[in-house]
Design a protein around this ligand. Structure first.
Ligand SMILES: *Cc1c(COP(=O)(O)O)cnc(C)c1O
Length: 296
């Protein structure tokens, strides 16, 4: 059994001609390194849900996700380590061969049930599951406790020094969490990894119960949509790794690093800016790529 290693969270200070030319400082908070499976923000988003489940004396967690979901991978592992049962309700019919993510989740003891896309859309829990025995966590850990957990990511750096904090957004839970903690004059920029997900702003606002003035949502770097990719993105991720030794995933952090790099090139950040990028992990999702696609 592997523990979560919060003490391993480092800050990388990047240096490049580009950063020098534009007079901006760029730090990367390496929350991807806390654990081989439970990488990045998923543990932070889960932590307060687990506390509540234990408080309510629930013995089992139910949650939702797709075949390559980082949230499913993390929930399965976290439940195993906490001696909780887990059930994953998975989008789509059961495939003839399971994805690595689902295989690993099953090995961690997660029971998998496959929902038709229609049932998944309405998050229909199979009738034989007695809800009273379980603690239900939303898809992606979306919710206030998820955001409060994500806010504690910032305990691992001196967050007050940054003019900008940048992260990738799916449900927006992590973004909301960062906004809970960041100073009001720090701009929190989230890169939406879904195509035209314009409900993201409302979803973030409803977790916060206010509309933050220091939030910027950028919709221009989805590369075709959720879990879609282009050759340009993959080339960028490989180059980024050779330049910085920082690995990324093609669903979230690859798009985030690409976006921040592009924004720096376009002089989005005023000279003197001090930027923190949140490396939220997600490397297990790269297992869905053909071997040899990435150099790391
Ligand atoms: C889930 C995930 C995100 C997005 O987090 P949200 O809180 O859903 O916006 C970002 N990065 C990685 C690596 C993730 O797994």
């Amino acid at each position: 059994m592997q523990n979560i290693h919060l003490d391993t969270i480092r800050i990388n200070t990047l240096s490049s001609q580009l950063l020098y030319d534009k007079s901006v400082a760029l730090h990367v908070l390496r929350a991807d390194e806390i654990h081989p499976v439970i990488s990045g923000n998923k543990w932070f988003k889960l932590r307060f849900y687990l506390d509540e489940a234990k408080l309510l004396d629930k013995k089992s967690i139910i949650t939702f996700g797709g075949a390559w979901s980082n949230h499913i991978a993390a929930t399965a592992a976290v439940c195993k380590y906490n001696n909780l049962k887990s059930i994953g309700l998975i989008r789509g019919e059961e495939p003839s061969s399971l994805s690595d993510t689902l295989q690993n989740a099953r090995e961690m003891g997660m029971k998998l049930y496959f929902l038709s896309r229609e049932d998944y859309r309405i998050k229909k829990i199979p009738a034989h599951i007695n809800l009273h025995e379980h603690y239900v966590i939303n898809e992606g850990g979306y919710g206030i406790k998820g955001a409060q957990g994500a806010a504690t990511l910032l305990d691992h750096c001196d967050y007050t020094q940054y003019t900008h904090i940048c992260c990738a957004a799916g449900t927006g839970t992590m973004t909301a969490g960062l906004l809970m903690k960041a100073l009001p004059d720090t701009t929190v920029i989230c890169i939406s990894v879904l195509k035209n997900n314009f409900s993201l702003a409302d979803n973030i606002h409803s977790l916060l119960s206010y509309s933050p003035k220091n939030l910027v949502i950028i919709h221009d770097y989805h590369f075709g949509g959720y879990a879609k990719k282009t050759d340009e993105l993959i080339r960028f991720m490989n180059k980024y790794y050779s330049d910085t030794k920082i690995p990324s995933d093609f669903v979230y952090t690859g798009k985030l690093f690409f976006a921040v790099n592009d924004l720096v090139e376009k002089k989005y950040f005023p000279p003197g800016s001090k930027i923190l990028i949140l490396h939220s992990g997600g490397s297990q999702g790269n297992n869905s790529l053909e071997n040899g696609t990435l150099i790391f």
